[in-house]
Design a protein around this ligand. Structure first.
Ligand SMILES: Nc1ncnc2c1ncn2[C@@H]1O[C@H](COP(=O)(O)OP(=O)(O)OP(=O)(O)O)[C@@H](O)[C@H]1O
Ligand SMILES: [Mg+2]
Length: 514
């Protein structure tokens, strides 16, 4: 007897329907064909144990299992349930007349319970596209998949319930999620608030611009000046995700298997803060079973690299490509995978090895050569990709002890949201561009038009400061955001002048300052 069940293979952030054919005949052999990897082969043992614990068994017959299409690599243990249902169907324990209506996925534990799988969201999207009526998943993945409308998502605790459900003996209701409600639950509340930061008005201003336009930003200053403290407060002023962005981000976290149990949609921009000992693969993605890296987990949010020069140079070098393409490409023998990686980079560093170069009162112990070597750990092309550089000075005691309350994150965020809505209108006709930082160079002249006086100012600044062509583009984009924050259609001289200020690292050969 031949029975067909359906599963799904995840590659990158897409899923592909996989057909599992189980053929049963006289004999006692067990074959699996169609490129299953070792974990899929081990399924046999897990299925055997799960069935036995629940009073069923793999029949002592000849069983041939084929997984198609053969050219998609089927990794991992998430097919346990698909295979088990196929075997039970072929053995007439499960009714087979409605198996074609469902995509069935889940890893079995030895007692027959279901263990969560990766990629439930893209699996549900693909199942709906292919016209399936429903999808059977481990209970923990159900809310994640149920954000997709137009397909019934059933959360299953174990194999026993799956058998009961498919035979029509057990009624299970599909999980229903209201995506809008998930959105509304986002209250913008954060643990960290800019109200805790005394003084530093100019730095807060620069971070407001960065958040409004999605600009990469580097904070450079001595120890204790509050760099880490302020960077951690950036999420509190970021604009909310729109629904498209939320879905994109959730897909990546779903594929990585990193959604919290019961979470259906990521509604806040992610903030990722990998330690400086992070490996290339953990940062960029990849591995034997490919996983999205930190750059993709930060998609539509912030990647914060604290103590930037402590990161291995090779790690920083691999950052360049995703920063330019907003996409990571991982090559495999048979296919290439792509993970989105559109993040805002926030980096912090000391100005020199001892940290006190440029400190107002403490003298720096480093030689010019040491300082230059330290700065050189970060390559020019990486610096070039950062729109906003800011020098942070520690606040003095008087400011620290001042009673006056600083502006709260909520107030700053209101202005950021205002600037963001202007950008949404601007980019509504352009695909996958959401903020000023992403304006392609071909569109720059049109979207960031400046008048003759502005042009002259920029030309002078370029010559005096020795700015690169890339720096020129970055200044225009930042100036666009400064104008948007003021709700000004034109980029005026003062907007340009402020944007030029944020190129402090271009301006000086660091160790030769003073
Ligand atoms: N402007 C400020 N307002 C209030 N507290 C501040 C301010 N600046 C610094 N602090 C205090 O100093 C502490 C140290 O700051 P933080 O760790 O952010 O410094 P840093 O610049 O990251 O230093 P390092 O280079 O050593 O990492 C903060 O946790 C905070 O308590
Ligand atoms: Mg720090």
């Amino acid at each position: 007897m031949l029975v067909k069940t359906f599963g799904s293979a995840v590659a990158g952030i897409r899923a592909f329907t996989v057909t599992v054919e189980v053929y049963m005949d006289q004999g006692i052999q067990f074959f699996m064909v169609g490129l299953p990897d070792n974990a899929v082969k081990e399924s046999h043992h897990r299925i055997e144990s799960a069935l036995r614990t629940n009073g069923y068994r793999i029949p002592g017959k000849k069983i041939i299992i084929n997984m198609a299409p053969a050219d998609i690599r089927k990794e991992g243990s998430a097919y346990d349930l698909t295979l088990a249902v196929g075997i039970l169907g072929a053995n007439k324990v499960i009714r087979t007349d409605n198996l074609a209506e469902y995509v069935i996925m889940g890893e079995l534990s030895l007692d027959g319970g279901l263990v969560p799988i990766r990629g439930a969201l893209p699996i549900a999207i693909e199942a709906r596209k292919n016209g399936f009526k429903g999808i059977l998943l481990p209970l923990q993945n159900a809310r994640e998949a149920a954000i997709v409308k137009g397909i019934r998502v059933y959360g299953m605790p174990g194999i026993r319930e799956v058998i009961g459900f498919l035979n029509g003996d057990l009624r299970i209701d599909p999980v229903v999620i209201d995506g809008k409600e998930a959105f509304l639950q986002e209250n913008g509340f954060d643990d960290f608030d800019f109200a805790d930061v005394r003084g530093q008005e100019n730095i807060k201003r620069a971070l407001e611009i960065a958040a409004a336009g999605g600009h990469n930003v580097l904070l450079i200053g001595p120890p204790g000046s509050g760099k880490t403290m302020m960077a951690k407060r950036i999420p509190s002023i970021l604009p909310p995700l729109n629904l498209m962005e939320a879905l994109e981000t959730t897909k990546i976290h779903s594929v990585a298997g990193k959604l919290a149990t019961g979470q259906s949609l990521i509604v806040r921009r992610p903030f990722r803060m990998p330690h400086h000992t992070v490996s290339d693969i953990a940062l960029i993605g990849g591995g034997t079973i490919p996983h999205p890296g930190e750059v993709s987990m930060a998609h539509n949010g912030v990647l914060f690299l604290d103590e930037l020069p402590e990161f291995k140079r090779s790690v920083l070098e691999v950052l360049r490509q995703p920063m330019e393409d907003r996409m990571v490409t991982i090559s495999r023998a048979k296919m290439t995978l792509e993970y989105p990686a559109g993040f805002m980079l926030v980096a912090a560093m000391n100005p020199c090895p001892c940290g006190f170069y440029s400190h107002p009162t403490i003298t720096c112990q480093c030689s010019p050569a040491e300082i230059q070597r330290y700065i050189n750990r970060i390559s020019g092309p990486l610096f070039d990709r950062i729109d906003i550089h800011i020098e942070v000075q520690p606040v003095d005691y008087r400011q620290l002890s001042a009673r006056r309350q600083s502006e709260s994150s909520a107030e700053i965020r209101k202005r950021v949201i205002g600037a963001k809505s202007i950008q949404e209108k601007r980019f509504s006709a352009m695909e996958s561009i959401y903020c000023n930082a992403q304006i392609p160079s071909g569109k720059l002249r049109e979207l960031c038009r400046i008048n003759e006086t502005g042009d002259l100012l920029l030309k002078t600044a370029m010559e005096k400061l020795g700015l690169s062509a890339r720096a020129y583009d970055r200044i225009l984009k930042v100036a666009r955001t400064v104008a948007d924050l003021e709700n000004s259609g034109d980029i005026r001289i003062e907007h340009l002048a402020e944007a030029i200020q944020y190129r402090s690292l271009d301006r000086l050969n660091w160790s030769e300052k003073n």
